[in-house]
Ligand binder design. Sequence first.
Ligand code: NAP
Length: 280
Amino acid sequence: MNERNIRMTGVVGRPVAHSLSPTLHEFWLRRAGEPDRYAPLHVEADDLERVLLTLPMAGFVGVNVTTPHKERAAALCDRLSTTAAAIGSVNTITYEDGALIGETTDGFGFLENLRASVANWSPAGRTVACLGAGGAARAVCAALVEAGATEIRIANRTADRAESIAAAAPATMRVAAWPPSADFWSGADLIVNMTTLGMDGGPTADAAFALPDRLDGVVATDLIYAPLETPFLASARRRGATIVDGLGMLLHQARPGFRRWHGFEPTVDAETRAAVLAAS
Ligand code: NAP
């Protein structure tokens, strides 16, 4: 801690100006009357190691890590949580007695968002159909396996990336063709878009989002939160699915780091959501 007893925290990325994490953490801090701060830190790849090792000297107790530094940051940590070690990626670093402790909280945020949004919903025993096999998909699939999902189907444009995720739990995960056929969605309890398709200003893909006519009893979620109702979610809603947007995942994934750095659990509620939405 620095001379004013202010715990410094932040998010390290490139780019980072678009990140909603500063708004979220500062909202929780101001609401609790804490003087601690959270800063956006634009860091080039070549500078990552020096920056991560130097931040504690400026009063930093921890940082979030975002694109494109999550894998490199994991390699720089002194200790990793079991999941972070398994997927080779961190989004949360805590400084403890000079050591960098890394963890990944995207999977936690994904599951907490579903638990908070859908009454009595649990992944245990469920069949899940996922589009995408990037870094976030790796974390979410690991969390779904850990939480007891019995079948996870993955379709990704680049099959190798899906194969690599599925190899971690071959009894539960299997790779399907891209774009997925109607069979891919059949019998799934949870359907998820983990690609970047449908982000504001980016491409979408009607072929990949060709859902069955009816999705009654199915939960549909998207990791994208801008827009809140993505093309994937809009299509699923029209077919009768229960929709969970990606903003809740962003809010919940921030809780473990915040708790570690400031010593109390932040609450995700309507006020939190409104504060973050106002900044987006
Ligand atoms: P990533 O590692 O770059 O993965 C991108 C994924 O999108 C890959 O599966 C990629 O397929 C697919 N993709 C991209 N362009 C495509 C196209 N034109 N056609 C078909 N597939 C395409 O990204 P990530 O870190 O996993 O993030 C994925 C999404 O999740 C992003 O929108 C990110 O903002 C969001 N996210 C949200 C949260 C949250 O808290 N809500 C947290 C983390 C991430 P290939 O493998 O074939 O390239």
